[in-house]
Design a binder for this molecule. Structure first.
Ligand code: F6P
Length: 536
């Protein structure tokens, strides 16, 4: 990526403020927004102007983004370090024709599995498939990372559509998680879905064995009450899950991109297959947009370029995702995995050291809660944190429309406040109104200054429907892809999680007290000794 030109453009900004850009161009909001279907992405409250945008767009051509995009959708093995294609888009390619990997059309398998999921989900919902004690009242999904965060996020997001059994998610190997979940449930009327792409993940397999023992002890029947979602079907058989209860997917679906396929099974059970289809269609619509829109109109591309501008050009280390949508409360966590596991890399595709910062730290919380917690720092802290606001024009509760109006007003107020700020003179005037004078006025006024000129973007949508959720998730997936291409990295591997897993395995017998701490550093040895000494 040629950042030099962009860095020079950044220097030219000088003391020009974002508000000046609005004063100079009455059509700025329209010119620096883009839409896809009913979604509107507004990035006008950033320092990006025509020159900067043109330079950013040139990066796409320099990085051969169009070729990389074609390669991804065509099933080429763009995940080079694992020798895999990247085709989560095939999972939502409902009527888009063949998609080939190694000369083989993968769509018949994808559609067949989807149909099996629909039948299974509807039979669970309707009570035709039941547990030892009757129809299923509860479903527990056991998985972690990509086998958990997507369905958890989508289940919360689609709560208004939820008319199936109650959903629970267990991810943490901390026994507290499964204990607190199972305690409330009937082991004869609970369906357990074990979701693990590899079916080896220690947390998931430990929880799955605990759930099986709980079910047997409580009179349930694991042969009727367990299902599996995995790309390792040999391992699911070894665990004892009947073949007709196993929903497989290929290795070209990355864990953090997998909610569209069998990993989404719990969501389908919760909301039904029609609503799940609408979710897939929303994702597919974003794919079509991403594949056809010109760069400047292309929502994932512009979202990515705003990201590159803030992170790689201006050096802002983090970005906040701030959904003004309580049902998107798990979206920041989902984006953390999607973005940080994908683009948190310091080696380029060719093995050379990355010559620029990797992807940023992604974090956030739903508004308005965040306003009463960490927004203080966003407004007045010394670091600039670009904010990505999201909000619906409508809620799902017509009788509570006044709540939604307040929510929307708060969202818009925050981006306005971040941009506008409050000058020292304005702060002084407020203190005068309060009757302060002299040194006390000056002192108090300084605490009430907001620098302003802090960048944000806003994604606004009509309502959080399954279709819109599909659009939003696919939008961010493609954003991550584009940023990865511009960085020249592989967004689809995750070697950075391996070392900790290996060390945890080797620490197992040490923590059990079976092997001594010889060879361990002093800190680790000391902590193990403390744990052993205090073991009850
Ligand atoms: O630890 C990282 C990771 O491999 C993620 O990429 C993945 O989503 C998660 O673990 C769970 O893996 P699995 O679905 O194979 O259990």
């Amino acid at each position: 990526m040629q950042l030099d030109q962009l860095k020079s453009l950044a220097k030219l900004i000088g003391d020009r403020r974002i508000l000046d850009l609005f004063h100079a161009d009455s059509n700025r909001a329209e010119g620096f927004s883009t839409s896809s279907g009913d979604l509107l992405f507004d990035y006008s409250k950033t320092q990006i102007n025509d020159d900067i945008r043109s330079a950013l767009i040139q990066l796409c051509d320099q990085a051969k983004l169009a070729d990389r995009r074609t390669a991804m959708f065509a099933g080429q093995k763009i995940n080079e370090t694992e020798g895999r294609a990247v085709l989560h888009t095939a999972l939502r390619n409902l009527d888009g024709g063949p998609v080939e990997v190694d000369g083989q059309d993968v769509m018949p398998d994808v559609l067949e599995t989807l149909q099996r999921m629909r039948v299974f989900a509807e039979e669970v919902r309707g009570g035709a498939i039941k547990g030892a004690g009757g129809s299923f009242t509860d479903v527990v999904n056991i998985g972690i990372g990509g086998s958990d965060l997507g369905p958890v996020m989508a289940t919360h997001a689609l709560a208004p559509y939820h008319d199936g059994p109650k959903l629970h998610y267990v991810s943490n190997v901390d026994g507290a998680h499964i204990a607190d979940t199972l305690r409330m449930l009937d082991p004869t009327r609970t369906l357990v879905i074990v979701a693990s792409k590899t079916f080896t993940t220690i947390e998931t397999m430990t929880n799955a064995r605990t759930a099986r023992a709980w079910m047997v002890d409580g009179g349930g029947d694991p042969s009727q009450q367990f299902a599996a979602v995995s790309s390792a079907v040999d391992k699911t058989a070894a665990f004892g899950i009947p073949e007709e209860r196993v929903f497989g997917f290929a290795d070209w679906v990355g864990g953090r991109y997998s909610v569209w396929g069998p990993v989404g099974l719990p969501v389908m059970i919760a909301v039904g297959s029609n609503a799940f289809d609408a979710f897939l269609r929303g994702g597919q619509a974003m794919d079509l947009h991403f594949r056809s829109a010109k760069w400047v109109k292309n929502m994932p591309v512009m979202l990515a370029l705003v990201g590159v501008w803030h992170r790689q050009v201006l050096g802002y280390a983090s970005r906040a995702v701030l959904p003004y949508d309580q049902r998107l409360l798990r979206l920041p966590a989902y984006f953390q995995q999607l973005e940080m596991e994908s683009n948190g890399k310091s080696v380029a595709m060719d093995g050379s050291a990355l010559a620029m910062p990797s992807g940023p730290v992604v974090w956030g919380e739903p508004g308005t809660n965040g306003q009463h917690a960490f927004y203080q720092l966003i407004h007045q802290g010394t670091d600039v944190i670009p904010c990505e606001f999201m909000v619906a024009a409508n809620g799902h509760e017509p009788e509570l429309a006044h709540h939604h109006r307040l929510l929307l007003a708060n969202c818009l107020a925050q981006s306005e406040a971040l941009m506008q700020g409050r000058s020292l003179d304005e702060a002084r005037a407020r203190m005068v109104d309060k009757g302060l004078t002299g040194e006390e006025l000056e002192r108090q006024a300084r605490h009430r200054v907001f620098s302003g000129d802090r960048p944000s973007t806003t994604l606004i949508y009509p309502q959080l429907t399954p279709y819109v959720l599909g659009q939003i998730i696919a939008l961010y997936e493609h954003r991550v892809f584009v940023e990865g291409v511009l960085l020249g990295i592989n967004s689809f591997d995750q070697w950075g999680v391996e070392l900790g897993k290996e060390l945890a395995t080797s620490l197992g017998p040490i923590v059990d007290g079976e092997v001594n701490t010889e060879g361990k550093d002093g800190s680790t040895a000391g902590l193990v000794e403390y744990a052993l000494r205090h073991r009850g």
